[in-house]
Design a protein around this ligand. Sequence first.
Ligand SMILES: NC(=O)c1ccc[n+]([C@@H]2O[C@H](COP(=O)([O-])OP(=O)(O)OC[C@H]3O[C@@H](n4cnc5c(N)ncnc54)[C@H](O)[C@@H]3O)[C@@H](O)[C@H]2O)c1
Length: 319
Amino acid sequence: MKFLITGCVGFIGFSIAHKLLSKKNNLVIGVDVISDYYSKSLKNKRLVVLRKNKNFTFLKKDLSKKKNVDEVFSKYKFDKIIHLAAQPGVRRSIKYPQEYYDSNISSFFNILECSRRYKSKQIFFASSSSVYGDNKTFPLKETFLKNPKNFYALSKCINEDMAKYYCENFKMKIIGLRFFTVYGPYGRPDMLIWKMCENIHNNKTLKINNFGKHERDFTYIDDAVEMVEKLLLKKNLNKFQVFNICSNNPTKLSKILKIFSKLRKNKKNKFIVYQEFQSGDVLKTHGSNTKILNVIKKYKRTKIEDGILKTFNWFKNHY
Ligand SMILES: NC(=O)c1ccc[n+]([C@@H]2O[C@H](COP(=O)([O-])OP(=O)(O)OC[C@H]3O[C@@H](n4cnc5c(N)ncnc54)[C@H](O)[C@@H]3O)[C@@H](O)[C@H]2O)c1
């Protein structure tokens, strides 16, 4: 099968590309602008790993430019498109909405338009748990109303509405993936689990928002990849729908801190300081996995203690 993976040197894009390339009949065309939102050297490390596979082709392109997307679609024909390229980060989106408009809304519009014109068979795209906003009813189900609290979340809500429109009006097959706080090896330096690894490894102090009272449905990368891979193989996903990609098991930040504190060798330094709630944040995420389980039947659910240990061990070996 031939896949287009956008955002292929990002955390999730890299992990999915790597998994798909482990099957010998798969070809992956990866596109990424290699943005400088976080370490380009980490993105280049991921690219080095992917380039070891002869079935991988990399195209460095900014997808917010229509011409670039046209070039990709006029050259290749894809069985499945996995659109993960985006500008992430909820708090940053309040200050710099233009970046989110370009990378999240315009880029997806270009992908949809080209997919329509070139008659692509199926698109999977990254949405986010942030579309639920600060809900009070848990677990969060795909049927709940969307309630974005920042421009990033809004950009994902708009993506979902665009996808629904294209499905309904042009009979396209599009599936939205609402990822919930994905973490693991080759993860994202702007996210908590990476920051904790970095701080413990380098004996630094980390600021924890909202006095550690947040709760997140942390999802280990291998579990997220397995869920996406199983959805990719389903033949009857014809109408537009979204799926939570979650562990259905929220963890308090205070528990994460306890797990990390056991991994600390040097216990003399203060490794966290608490600070107030930051605007744009949501207090709790907890996704329901009932809908995805109905379709894929089962997936491995890595315990948070095991996932953190694997991530920390990877971090020590690479930094
Ligand atoms: N990691 C998570 O926990 C999480 C949670 C919810 C949603 N998501 C979504 O999943 C997707 C993948 O997330 P990730 O964690 O791998 O993020 P990431 O930042 O690691 O990867 C995104 C990639 O997209 C690329 N990109 C950005 N703008 C681009 C553009 N205009 N043209 C081409 N490439 C561009 C970046 O260079 C980056 O490599 C994103 O859409 C993100 O919003 C992730």
